[in-house]
Ligand binder design. Structure first.
Ligand code: CO
Ligand code: ZN
Length: 329
């Protein structure tokens, strides 16, 4: 599992440019499903046929990143964010562009409290505009450059949001071979810029039940905002966030499954933020939907952290949903 996670998190995939991630996932899952398609927005949709209910699982392949907006005469690059970058975590971090060019993020003078993106720049080691443009041009996308780090029960990496959800989904897909249901595993695009890929794929699939897999925040670090989610306390069953109020039947189903199967879980009430579940449940005439959340510290930084026991609990709960009797949904 850690090998899989490492390979996913070290891939390049800012919103809109997820292809190297979806290509990797396609190779890993082809033998376990009946059909794999890619839609116009780049969503990878794996279908395992069955006669029961149509269930759509979704984890997003994209990660937060940057886009170059200007190259100045000295070769410094200005940028905008793609998704919700946490500015304070950027200074001193490295950016990698799709062609492999690497730069460090520096800042202009001024106080930290006045910091905004337009005071930051990327230094790719060029000394003129022309030499910079040999590597990076306006419109090029980049990601934060960081390697996977194995701490034992916990791991640190960039883009665990939401490659860890992709890893959970890949593992759950392998373990759902005997499900009676018609399963769709969607590896969605452009979540970080507004749940875009999930919206089109849900329209196409038209599911009876939607389940997103994504990270959630925790309240278990020093002086953290109050939130009853902690690393190591199990799979998060979402109650609400700003994109979705989990359908009561879906919430009850997940709680019952967790209890019956002895899967450690915690209820998640997230003040702000959303997941693919937000887009799926508003598709067409509405879809009962929920989210299985992987607790994650330092979300949207270069060093996100998850607990492998929680990851396993999320796999188990996803498999349980794929295999359960869904007559009441
Ligand atoms: Co995110
Ligand atoms: Zn996410």
């Amino acid at each position: 599992m850690k090998e899989l996670i490492k390979s996913l998190v070290e891939s390049f995939g800012p919103s809109g440019y997820e292809e190297s991630v979806t290509t990797k996932i396609r190779e890993l899952i082809t033998e376990y499903v009946d059909e794999i398609t890619m839609d116009a927005l780049g969503n990878l949709i794996a279908h395992k046929k069955g006669n029961g209910k149509k269930i759509m699982f979704s984890a997003h392949t994209d990660e937060i990143g940057i886009v170059a907006t200007h190259v100045d005469d000295k070769g410094f690059i200005r940028f905008q964010s793609i998704g919700g970058l946490n500015i304070l975590t950027l200074i001193g971090n490295r950016v990698r562009f799709s062609n492999g060019a690497i730069g460090v993020i520096g800042k202009e003078k001024g106080e930290l409290k006045d910091l905004s993106l337009d005071k930051l720049f990327i230094d790719i080691g060029a000394d003129t505009k022309i030499s910079a443009q040999e590597k990076v041009n306006v419109g090029d996308f980049g990601i934060i450059h960081r390697e996977f780090c194995d701490l034992g029960r916990r791991v640190i990496a960039k883009s665990l949001d939401d490659r860890i959800g992709c890893a959970v989904l890949i593992e759950a897909l392998k373990q759902s071979q005997n499900s009676p249901h018609d399963l769709y595993f969607v590896f969605s695009t452009q979540e970080e810029v507004g749940l875009r890929g999930a919206r089109t794929s849900a329209y196409q699939i038209n599911p009876d039940l939607g389940i997103a897999l994504d990270v959630t925040l925790t309240g278990d670090t020093p002086e953290a905002p109050r939130m009853d989610i902690a690393l190591g306390n199990g799979a998060g069953i979402k109650v609400k966030d700003s994109s979705l109020i989990t359908h009561p039947k879906v919430k009850q189903l997940m709680i019952k499954l967790a209890k019956d199967k002895g899967i450690k879980y915690q209820l998640e009430v997230l003040e702000r933020g959303g997941t693919d579940g937000g887009a799926i449940h508003l598709s067409r005439a509405g879809v009962p939907s929920g989210t299985i959340s992987i607790p994650c510290r330092y979300v949207h930084s270069a060093s996100e952290m998850v607990d492998m026991d929680d990851v396993q609990a999320c796999v188990d709960l996803t498999v349980a949903v794929a295999n359960t009797d869904l007559r009441d949904i």
